[in-house]
Design a protein around this ligand. Sequence first.
Ligand code: BGC
Ligand code: CA
Length: 356
Amino acid sequence: MRMKRKDSRRIKALFVSCALCVLTAAVLSMQGCTARTSRGKNMKIGVVVYNQTDTFLGELLQLFQKDVDGLRRDGEETAVLIRDAAGSQRTEDAEVQELLDNGCNVLCVNLVDRGVPSNIINMAKEADVPVIFFNREPVREDMNLWSRLYYIGADAAQSGRMQGELAAAAIRSNSRIDKNSDGKIQYVVLEGEPGHQDTIMRTDRAVATLIEKGVSLDKLSYQIANFSRAQAANKMTQLIGQFGNKIELVLANNDAMALGAIDAYNRLTITETNRPVFLGIDGTKEGLSAVIDGSLAGTVYNDKNGQAMKMAKLCDALFHGDSLDSFGLRDGKYIYLPYEKVTAENVRKYVVKQDE
Ligand code: BGC
Ligand code: CA
């Protein structure tokens, strides 16, 4: 009798532990489900941007929000939550945590410091939320830390090469650019943030391309203006003070800085014949207007339309667990949109694109 009671207790214990096993397995399998089922029915995209005053990124994010809206599926809601890191990686990391706590099921990350994405990657991995980095490219090693990391941007070297080609063509077609007729082009470069892939590659390739095209160069100065119009205007004012009208060519790593350089000449009311040729990169609204009015000799279109649309589509596919085959991802992770050269001849095409 005693034995029997013991047996029945054993059976009960076995039953309870089995039930616990089943329950644990169910919970575990639910946790392993796709982001969609474990993190809500609706797509909630968390976006962090290194600095919301950046002109190019402001335009890109405006397009992105429109694109996400356009892709909304019947019966579903979408939300895009944007946070500004205002130049601090620590702030950005905290914002990512807040967005995850808020239930975001896809993240789009524009790093402040592209060298330290590891905190963000760990948080996203922990929550099993995929991350699309954009515009500021992490290094390969970091991109390989997890399978659900993606990058959308453009090939920095290509933009530099195209800027060099535009400058070489302008110099070839107008002998007055060599103002002192010494057979060399006295030039300055206005550079973006140090360490940014677009700063390093654009400067390097633009100058190398001019040399390859047979242009003799005379380097006057390289100045960092962090992609900012105001900083570029200050730096250019100093350069004009130092070199006077010797400067024949200004290569700027982006349109904002090219426009800042032009601002400096305007403020000093320097006459047309004493101005250099200016080249930018991006094709922002203001950059394109400057190509139209002739103050900017050319720019290179950084395809914000394409980047925004791809990012919206990739968010949508990741959230719904769709196949990514149609994205043609390079190495399973990367999307690079091509750059295009913009001059007075074709600029209208890009203005139209902007207003679509
Ligand atoms: C753009 C710059 C922008 C920078 C921000 C670059 O691709 O050309 O205008 O400031 O990205 O990361
Ligand atoms: Ca010269």
